[in-house]
Design a protein around this ligand. Structure first.
Ligand SMILES: [Zn+2]
Length: 585
């Protein structure tokens, strides 16, 4: 079977696209009309894998998945994308066990908010240049429908990294940008800096994810006209900017040397002298800028047309440390609820992206506790969204950008603490029913959660048996290992600061390359099934949201059936959006 089986069947695909429905006026039950097909060329690597090919193949896969699920008639008014950064399937599984333990109920069968969604799929996350991806290229795929290279934000795979001049003309239109020019409200909410890769991919375009503040840009990039993400957020060219933006990264918006309101040790970073917060407040006199939890709580959201929240100089605190924050920070759930209350005032609907951004950071640090705790806080934010939106008109998609190396292993008995040492049952081996500490080949206890690599490496010292091994190898039986791992006998591995063991020593644990999950509910959610390339997520969202789809058609992206199949040009989007803003709507 070819990699994209539908590619060989353009006529069948054409019928499926037709069944999806051409426009909002066509009733869902209408008979398929005679139709043109999307021609998806067979992959000819590497030349065939163009940005435009990625867009068309993503559109075709989304249309096929939708037709298979008979979801063509389902139309969303609002879209919320929840992005758990690095939220691998083992992370979700371990987090739901911990959430159940905390609730005093059975952890193994406990379900986080999004694990109760009716539809799910797998997402294949590789980038055009990396087997195991980063957050920049993956979020660009989700937001623009086109896979690209690691490190790239809202830019196609064609230029070289950091080639500012070469990236001009290669910007990809994001779903949030389409929503803004279509008259919908727009929002981005995160626990990281609002200029970090994931949120930046909703509004920004640069061939370098690290250009978050102007101080980070090379002179060559500045000369070639590239602008940092903080400035891109405040200068967002359509609809007066994003309706809501909340997260960390405050000092990237402040001129160099300016005092941070919360910490005496923090100062503004901008070398261009711009006070982006001041610019924002003066250009939005009725908008509200807040930098701590009390200010956010005090707002009358029914009278807040626009909201900017910058709650920390850099990333926001982990949920575990949030209560100790100096000025007080809102939770991700509180930010999500506030964002929705502001966004839902727009009768045209809204597009919102919410990131649980520090799941990834805790995993890089080899610390399972915070990763699970952040995942639970993320699930609470999804629950808050469910409680503040109408399920009949809101498509909610929960996914991750990439995996990590955390493993969930060993034969612990049902109910064993997820952060604990593996305790098995003797009757699993035909003995009496007693629980017993599992032991490795050296007689040592071990934990259920561990990492393939990262800072938790405990060997490479006087302890570790050295040298590589050949397969087959059965430590403890044919090749005794007497030393190596730490004695966990007196170690409380459930302590929030315990660092799980890692096999390969790395300063930072890495991402993983296998699939992540997609969970979905609401109109169009049924199209999420099977295994999808990550860029298909964008196409399912726009194909099932009439306003987003109509906006792409207005940009000239649609085939005769009104299905967006051609990649749109960002400059063209900008011009049309500006013209529309100048003319009365
Ligand atoms: Zn990461």
């Amino acid at each position: 079977m070819s990699r994209f089986p539908f590619a060989a069947r353009p006529l069948l695909l054409g019928a499926m696209l037709s069944a999806l429905g051409a426009c909002a006026s066509q009733p869902p039950s209408a008979a398929p009309a005679a139709t043109s097909s999307i021609a998806v060329p067979a992959i000819q690597r590497p030349q065939g894998e163009t940005p435009s090919w990625w867009f068309r193949s993503g559109a075709a896969q989304a249309a096929l998945a939708s037709a298979q699920a008979n979801a063509g008639g389902q139309r969303a008014k609002n879209v919320i994308v929840f992005l758990g950064d690095g939220m691998s399937i083992p992370t979700i599984a371990a987090a739901h066990v911990l959430a159940g333990e905390r609730a005093g109920v059975d952890g193994e069968s406990y379900r986080l908010s999004f694990e109760k969604f009716p539809f799910s799929a797998l997402s294949r996350t590789y980038e055009t240049d990396q087997q195991t991806p980063d957050s920049a290229g993956t979020m660009t795929a989700i937001m623009s429908g086109v896979k690209t290279r690691a490190g790239f934000i809202g830019v196609s795979q064609l230029p070289k990294r950091q080639d500012c001049a070469g990236s001009r003309g290669q910007q990809l239109v994001s779903a949030l940008e389409l929503a803004a020019s279509a008259g919908m409200a727009t929002g981005a909410v995160t626990t990281t800096r609002i200029t970090h890769a994931t949120p930046a991919a909703t509004y920004g375009h640069l061939p370098e994810r690290n250009w978050e503040v102007d101080a980070d840009l090379s002179e060559a990039a500045k000369t070639a006209g590239c602008k940092d993400f903080a400035a891109q957020l405040i200068d967002f060219p359509v609809a007066g900017g994003l309706t809501v933006a909340m997260g960390g990264g405050r000092t990237e918006f402040m001129p160099a040397g300016a005092d941070d309101p919360e910490y005496a040790t923090s100062v503004g970073q901008r070398l261009d002298g711009r006070d982006l917060i001041g610019e924002w407040t003066s250009s939005h006199p009725d908008g509200k800028y807040v930098w701590n939890a009390a200010q956010l709580k005090a707002l009358d959201l029914t009278k807040t047309p626009r909201l900017l929240g910058l709650f920390e100089p850099s990333h926001m605190n982990y949920e575990h440390e949030r209560a100790h924050d100096k000025a007080g920070e809102p939770s991700l759930a509180e930010m999500t609820t506030s964002a929705i209350e502001v966004l839902k005032r727009n009768p045209n609907g809204f597009f919102l992206m919410v990131e649980g951004g520090r799941i990834d950071h805790a995993l890089h640090a080899g610390n399972a506790y915070r990763a699970l705790d952040e995942t639970i806080a993320f699930a609470d934010a999804v629950q808050a969204a469910l409680e503040h939106t109408d399920p009949a008109e809101t498509l909610i998609v929960v996914t991750a950008d990439h995996s990590h190396t955390m493993t969930f292993a060993g034969y612990a008995h049902r109910g064993n603490p997820i952060l604990g040492k593996v305790i098995g049952k003797t009757d699993s081996y035909g003995g009496g029913s007693m629980t017993v500490m599992a032991r490795d080949a050296t007689g040592q206890a071990y934990t259920t959660l561990g990492f393939a690599n990262g800072p938790g490496y405990t060997g490479a010292s006087d302890w570790q048996a050295e040298g590589s091994k050949r397969f087959p190898h059965n430590p403890g039986e044919y090749s005794p290992i007497r030393k190596g791992r730490p004695d966990l006998g007196d170690v409380d591995t459930t302590d929030p600061d315990y660092m799980q063991e890692a096999t390969v020593p790395l300063k930072q644990e890495t991402h993983g390359g296998e699939d992540v999950a997609i969970f979905a509910t609401g109109p169009g959610a049924a199209a999420f099934h099977g295994e999808l390339e990550q860029n298909v997520i964008f196409h399912v969202m726009v194909q099932h949201t009439p306003r987003l789809r109509a906006e792409l058609c207005r940009l000239g992206s649609c085939n005769a059936d009104g299905v967006p199949v051609e990649q749109s040009n960002w400059q063209h989007w900008l011009k049309l959006a500006s013209d529309a803003a100048a003319a009365p709507r």
